[in-house]
Design a protein around this ligand. Sequence first.
Ligand code: HGY
Ligand code: MN
Ligand code: MN
Length: 408
Amino acid sequence: MILSGINSNRLTQRLKELNKIGRLEGGGVSRPSLSNEDKKARDLLMQWTKELDLTVQVDQIGNMFCQWKGKTDKIIGVGSHLDTVPTGGDYDGALGVVAGLEVIQTLKEQHYQPNHTMVLANFTNEEGTRFTPDMMGSLASARPETLPELLKAISADDHKIVSEELNRIGYAGNVPCGSINFERFIELHIEQGPILENENIDIGIVEGVQAIQWRRLTIVGKSSHAGTTPIALRKDSFYAMSCLTNYARKLCESQNGLLITIGSIEIHPNVINVVPKKVIATIDLRHPDNSVAYQAMESLETFAKQDKSFNGLTSQWESLVDIKSIKFDQQVISSIKKSCDSLGYSNRPMISGAGHDAQLLSSRYASGMIFIPSRNGVSHAVDEFSSETQIEKGANVLLNTVVELDGE
Ligand code: HGY
Ligand code: MN
Ligand code: MN
């Protein structure tokens, strides 16, 4: 049995140390996947694991698995991701990795003898902002057959290749993807939304994650003079994209729970007095129900075929991510619930709006997630924040859940 909870001060200090890596002027962090900053964060994790006598295995896509041998070879996994979006906060991903380490250290200090081998995981490229798809490392763990394609992925900004970047930062492992088999995997994460804070609840017991579809849309019209081309004769790619964006917003307003985001856009030639010839935009579409997500994406494509703003222009759709909505494992969910209740923490079931490594892992391993509140529901932004008390509660639920599952 556990004598006491985690060491909150130590957890906070480690998070602070980690978040010095990739620190942004004015707060927040930028640790794009497989960048020098990601390497530094990985190296720091290696140092921490050495201090705890954990053995680290790195697989072929750079996933790190830090092991504490138990009485059996059956594995209970904790962890998350160290990479961040370019304007990231201090907690997205980092919390799950640092809290997982804290749970292992707390158990070791209490001379707990685990039945299972405990593994702390850091998954490669969860964010997907430098290389698509996102949740790349957990995808390769759950579906090792995807590895060859993933290693060839090229970054949109600097045209680097995943396999070369893994070699460059020294994390091109040789452990086969999918060879670390979790009996159970639990990810502690910030909610990244407003629900827990609005309802003043300590812990979110995540029952599932919504579907995620990412597309890249290239629209090609015709460059022409801004001062001489009559409106009726224009083949204006940016105007067409604006109409599609407006249509997407109306679709979200009419379909409960549908979220469509045009997060990045390139305009060519991007010149003040030239009607835009080409637009390359990304579309992020989410919904808890797979069929609604598919239908909504289809409606966007139909709009691009039929709306007059697209007359005389071509549009090309490239699928980047197609992740189904999932349900987490009932036994893991009930262990998390039991831990919350035994600790006296208020809790509620919920669906995750954001994608997570546990979502991908759940297709192969019994998985679950624990959420803590996010201030103002903000994430993927430098003012992302969760308090030390909220973090301590989340880490204690993780600790108790791991012990609960270890005893089964
Ligand atoms: O996009 C997501 O939901 C996750 O943060 N990668
Ligand atoms: Mn995350
Ligand atoms: Mn994220």
